[in-house]
Design a protein around this ligand. Structure first.
Ligand code: EZ4
Ligand code: CO
Length: 402
């Protein structure tokens, strides 16, 4: 089998997506998600200018070798842009292999370890009252696990809370919008919010929360400690984990489980976190973390240290990534939970997905390969639009993490 062509499809059904399509001489093609929110064109160019020409003529069945061709073989390695491209190539190659063997992807990853995938939903509100109401809606929809984000008194706009009644979408058209932040106000509010949520919904519901990289290690330690009585499923990104050792401080003070890694793209972002058992869930998505080939290694490494998965599944990752993640989630033993934010309906006009939600779980069918189709004519009707993630300043104007 040979790769005869490949192309990048950039489209914007409500939000931007980058898809890699690899064609083979057998007529079988593969799809990979190359979306990097707010930096879509950088990945598209990396693929078009450097990767696709090198793919032509190669045997798509040699996935491991091709992975290393674009990783070890490249002097400028790692980084979100490069690794999003490597991930898309890898995903498309696994899609080709599974299609050529006429089997769903999970069969090539060890088969099913479970029949369905536990997912968590996003609840959000401008204030405590609206937040509680939204958690109630998710519970009514059957969700067994809910991420709770809320507006903080005294702060105008905040991560995870939408402006209107629509689901939360951080990327906005044009240049980055500015948000503002005050850690002291947030730290005072978050434990009170979870106290109320537990009071209203009881002990059974799994609760999650995303700090979105905004605490120092000692602030994160305080938060994790104060949230302990509300036994969260996880506390996500309590610190910006560039400093892996920072998590030692959090661990010293609290038993609240920690999830990290949606912005990671290599096992080397995780080595201290995993070997010192400083976290409980890895978040690195297939589409940014080197695809199935690299995540298999990271997840096996994590399993030795009793660390589970909780893959990133925000709407800025395409249905191709979500489906690939679901195959992976079904197959591995140390699966924890899968993030699930449903895409807008217009996205489903472009991508035909093979998964469905029911009663707190996602189910995937037996379509060979990853199982998602891209309608190229439809994609053309939604051309790329510049959109960026926000930037964030402290209330005194100091530039901060978003
Ligand atoms: O901010 O995917 O846990 N989920 C998140 C997401 C990220 C976006 C960035 O593109 O933190 O909402
Ligand atoms: Co997050």
């Amino acid at each position: 089998m040979k790769i005869i062509d490949a192309k990048v499809i950039v489209c914007c059904p409500g939000r931007n997506f980058v898809t890699l399509k690899i064609f083979t001489d057998t007529g079988i093609y593969g799809l990979g998600d190359a979306t990097l929110n707010g930096r879509e064109k950088a990945v598209a160019t990396y693929l078009e200018a450097y990767c696709i020409p090198a793919l032509i003529g190669k045997d798509p069945r040699n996935i491991e070798d091709l992975w290393h061709y674009f990783y070890k073989g490249v002097y400028w390695k790692r980084g979100a842009v490069t690794m999003a491209a490597v991930s898309a190539i890898d995903m498309a190659l696994w899609d080709i292999k599974a299609k050529s063997l006429n089997t769903p992807l999970y069969n090539l990853l060890g088969g099913k370890s479970r029949e369905r995938v536990l997912v968590y939903a996003h609840a959000t509100g401008k204030n405590l009252e609206q937040t509680i109401e939204d958690v109630g809606k998710k519970v009514e929809n059957g969700f067994l696990a809910v991420r709770v984000q809320s507006g903080v008194p005294g702060l105008e706009k905040i991560y995870g809370v939408s402006k209107d009644d629509k689901p939360y979408e951080p990327a906005q058209k044009g240049l980055p919008k500015e948000e503002s932040w005050d850690t002291a106000k947030y730290l005072n509010y978050a434990p009170k919010m979870f106290m109320k949520v537990r009071e209203v919904f009881g002990d059974e519901l799994h609760l999650l929360h995303d700090v979105h990289h905004r605490c120092t290690p000692i602030e994160a330690a305080r938060l994790a400690k104060e949230l302990e009585p509300f036994h969260l499923f996880w506390l996500e990104d309590p610190v910006t984990a560039e400093l892996q050792e920072g998590l030692r401080r959090v661990r010293q003070h609290s038993t609240t489980p920690i999830a990290i890694g949606e912005v990671f793209n290599s096992v080397y972002d995780y080595t201290t976190l995993i070997t010192e058992q400083l976290i409980d869930y890895i978040r690195m998505p297939l589409s940014h973390g080197g695809g199935i080939t690299h995540l298999q290694k990271v997840v096996a490494f994590a399993s030795i240290y009793h660390i589970q998965t909780g893959f990133h599944g925000a709407t800025d990752l395409s249905p191709i990534n979500l489906a690939a993640s679901l195959h992976f989630d079904l197959a591995i033993n140390n699966f924890g939970i899968q993030e699930y934010m449903p895409h807008e309906e217009v996205v489903q006009e472009v991508f035909t997905a093979n998964y469905r939600y029911a009663n707190g779980f996602l189910h995937i069918d037996d379509t060979p390969g990853i199982g998602v189709e891209l309608n190229e004519d439809k994609a053309e009707q939604f051309p790329y639009q510049t959109a960026c993630l926000p930037v964030n300043r402290k209330t005194d104007g100091t530039m901060f993490y978003w």
